[in-house]
Design a protein. Structure first.
Length: 389
């Protein structure tokens, strides 16, 4: 976005009395085109990928870092930039040797492990990243998509670097399984695994992303609020306090910033006050789950979580919570209860034992949400309404 656009957007926001100028700039699930303060890490990752500049495939790469360190943002931004720089398209790039002769076409693809729960979904995501053709969502089988992938790499001048994001989270395709799925095209594809841990038996380069230092996180928050909020909506002292509270975790900082902006808007305020920030910080669980995880769930489960976040579940057993949610939806209490147990197994919510005077038998439990609820409710509503989540 150029400077003229920034000024025009701010001017329009002031005229319309809007606090939030651009939701995407505030959203903790939207990556910036170039992550703030991550230049050295980008250079290390470029070093690891340097063989592509000579028309060769790099060795496997693992990008690892703690929660909120920006591993996903770094890889996504770099892959987008590589595609734009070399080919002017997000579908393919053509690399050239230093001598100037033509080398193979190399595609750079990021696959979100949270959204590829099956081999079919994985193949479809990879094909979507290397082809401008429409990839069917149904009506074909996994074998046909695998064959299409093999055909795509049938020529020796076609290669790809495929990044598997969130490979180490529950309910995602792990690195070993991904390697199995790519085995038919193994000679033409190299992988980049992205997560908090290296995959087992990793043999290749590891790029370590450190947690944000306090001043770096101040810059991240300042960049987001200056582009996403009306001028004067948040003072710099509040930004510093937010960065110190987040303790190096950009996701938590941005989830709290986004939540505070939503709460202030709901109050009809023209700026974010300390009470909004306090409530938004309390809404972000310690060592919680990235808000992107519940946002990738099927719509029905998202609706269950939205309803759960709006009821008083404290000290209520799961069966009562399930009944309360069912009363507000078209689902049965039994179905909701099953969903809650499954979501607890996935770590998106947590089962917490309740005190009881009973001796023997199964101890009752309640559930607690493990993600920022204000941000989730707002983003889930957008996803359901607009279909862009």
């Amino acid at each position: 976005m150029d400077l003229g656009e920034r000024i025009a957007r701010r001017r329009l926001a002031r005229q319309n009395g809007r606090l939030i100028v651009d939701r995407d700039q505030l959203s903790p699930v939207v990556h910036r085109p170039e992550p703030v303060g991550r230049g050295p890490v980008l250079e290390q990752l470029l070093d690891a990928l340097e063989p592509v500049f000579d028309g060769e495939l790099p060795q496997p790469v693992a990008v690892v870092g703690p929660a909120g360190s920006g591993t996903s943002a770094i890889v996504t931004a770099l892959f987008d930039a590589l595609n734009d720089q070399f080919g002017g398209s997000n579908r393919a790039i053509g690399t050239t040797t230093r001598a100037g002769s033509a080398d193979p076409v190399t595609w750079f693809v990021v696959v979100d492990g949270r959204q590829v729960e099956s081999p079919f979904a994985f193949y479809r995501a990879v094909l979507d990243g290397i082809s401008s053709d429409r990839i069917p969502e149904s009506g074909v089988g996994t074998d046909e998509l695998r064959e299409r992938l093999c055909n795509r790499f049938a020529r020796p001048d076609r290669r790809a670097v495929v990044a598997i994001d969130h490979h180490d989270e529950p309910e995602t395709l792990g690195a070993d399984r991904v390697r199995e799925l790519l085995a038919p095209v193994a000679e033409s594809v190299s992988t980049v695994t992205v997560g908090q841990r290296e995959p087992a038996n990793h043999r290749g380069t590891t790029v370590t992303v450190p947690a944000y230092r306090n001043h770096e996180l101040v810059d991240v928050i300042t960049d987001r609020e200056s582009n996403g909020l009306a001028a004067g909506a948040l003072d710099h002292g509040a930004v510093r306090e937010l960065a110190a509270w987040a303790n190096g975790n950009a996701h938590d900082a941005l989830a709290a910033l986004f939540g505070a902006a939503i709460l202030a808007t709901e109050d009809g305020a023209d700026r974010i006050e300390p009470v909004h920030l306090e409530a938004a910080r309390a809404d972000v669980p310690t060592d919680g789950v990235h808000v992107g995880r519940p946002l990738t769930l099927p719509e029905t489960r998202q609706r269950v979580l939205v309803t759960l976040s709006g009821i008083d579940a404290a000290n209520r057993p799961i069966r009562e919570i399930a009944t309360a949610i069912a009363d507000r939806s078209s689902l049965t209490a039994g179905t909701v209860k099953r969903f809650l147990y499954e979501l607890a197994d996935e770590g998106i919510i947590e089962r917490v034992p309740l005190p009881t005077d009973r001796t023997g038998g199964r101890q009752p439990s309640t559930v607690e949400l493990r993600f920022p609820t204000t941000a989730f409710r707002s983003l889930a509503a957008t996803a359901v309404t607009d279909g862009d989540g």
